[in-house]
Ligand binder design. Structure first.
Ligand code: SF4
Length: 151
């Protein structure tokens, strides 16, 4: 992402510009952070700088390098492990924690899961979901991490 820093964009601003550069997309629902974050997002939307072919190539390479850790949120797979365990939600809370740095929201949402469900999470076998996961994510390991860090 240094490529975009050199052009004066934060990584978040560069991503917003790429999304809005795609003519198939009419709107982008972006970040929820503080007022600085909001101002950066608005500035990116209002900025008239056109992305170059090189910019798009840089993004394409970045996506190829980082997509393996991306959780697609396919609840039909993850939530089939046990009817009462919202695994896909827990994966999303971990994304807030690990990728967005929004530890407070992650912990608040995790705390809304009833205690008996949280206790049960570490006793479930996630192998079936892991074998169907399109991203081949280690779901059991992530759930373990959630229970340890978000509780
Ligand atoms: S199956 Fe994989 S990609 Fe889909 S929600 Fe579960 S962990 Fe995420």
């Amino acid at each position: 992402m240094e490529h975009f820093s050199a052009k004066g964009f934060t990584p978040g601003q560069a991503k917003i510009k790429l999304v809005l550069d795609d003519k198939r997309i009419a709107a982008a629902c972006v970040g929820r952070g503080d007022i600085t974050h909001l101002k950066q997002n608005v500035a990116a939307v209002l900025d008239k700088t056109e992305l170059t072919q090189l910019d798009r190539e840089v993004f394409k390479n970045y996506a190829a390098q980082t997509c393996s850790g991306y959780c697609a949120g396919c609840a039909n797979i993850c939530d089939s492990v046990a009817a009462d365990i919202p695994v896909s939600d827990v994966m999303r809370y971990l994304m807030y924690y690990n990728s967005f740095g929004d530890t407070q929201t992650a912990r608040q949402l995790f705390a809304e899961i009833p205690q008996q469900i949280r206790d049960k999470m570490l006793t479930v076998d996630y192998a079936a979901a892991e074998s169907r996961c399109p991203q081949r994510l280690p779901i059991a390991r992530f759930v373990n991490q959630a229970v340890r860090t978000l509780a």
